[in-house]
Design a protein around this ligand. Structure first.
Ligand code: C5P
Length: 207
């Protein structure tokens, strides 16, 4: 089983407003399609997206980071490979107003609480006696490799796919794959389908 997190998350402030990001969900769905082509059973836990998953891929839609966390923690026990391609909100609003917030004369102060790091929880809590490869993504604007290496170690991942902010919305992506053993593989700018294929080639060598 290949488990993929995908897309953005939404953190509600009131019934109308939410915090989200520009993630399209394309990378996650491309990974799912590739895993399917390789013959795996595939489950995608996806935030809101208008994309249509390819045939044979099971998609479970969630909205918030906490919902994604709960679904992934429930599904991860049966996964051989877990790939975190979702752009999860690092924070959620401490208080979600049940009523639409009204304009006031003064400033509005909002408090946010940290969301759990989903891929870190998966990588550091692997089921005992079961082989499981865990891969994350890192979106970095500068010092890409150094920052990504820190994330790879801090989250306990087997590999991390590094790319720039254009990757969030673009159809194409330029990436470097860093492995836990320190080796790196720089990929030319390619489609997300080709990047997904390259990621699974790495996963196979990690297995
Ligand atoms: O720390 P950063 O958000 O840059 O790490 C990105 C990686 O961590 C991605 O694989 C993303 O899916 C994952 N992540 C997560 N849960 C979070 C934040 C990030 O799984 N709350």
């Amino acid at each position: 089983v290949v488990l993929v997190t995908s897309g953005p998350t939404r953190e509600a402030l009131d019934p109308i407003r939410f915090l989200t990001n520009a993630s399209s969900g394309r990378m996650g769905f491309a990974l799912a399609q590739r895993a399917r082509m390789l013959g795996a059973r595939v489950i995608v836990v996806s935030g809101p997206t208008t994309l249509k998953p390819s045939a044979g891929v099971r998609v479970e839609f969630v909205t918030t980071g906490l919902e994604m966390f709960k679904r992934v923690m429930a599904l991860r026990v049966k996964a051989d490979v877990v790939i975190g391609a979702a752009a999860v909100s690092d924070w959620r609003f401490e208080n979600r107003s049940p009523l639409k917030l009204k304009r006031g004369p003064g400033r509005l102060r909002l408090t946010m609480l940290p969301n759990p790091d989903i891929i870190k929880a998966v990588a550091t809590g692997r089921p005992p006696g079961r082989r499981q490869i865990v891969v994350g993504f890192a979106l970095e604007t500068h010092e890409q490799l150094a920052h990504a290496r820190k994330k790879l170690v801090a989250k306990g991942l087997d590999a991390i796919v590094v790319n720039g902010p254009a990757a969030l919305t673009d159809k194409r992506s330029q990436a470097v794959i860093l492995r836990r053993d320190g080796s790196t593989r720089a990929l030319p700018e390619t489609s997300k389908a080709a990047l997904a294929a390259a990621i699974f080639r790495e996963v196979e060598t990690l297995w």
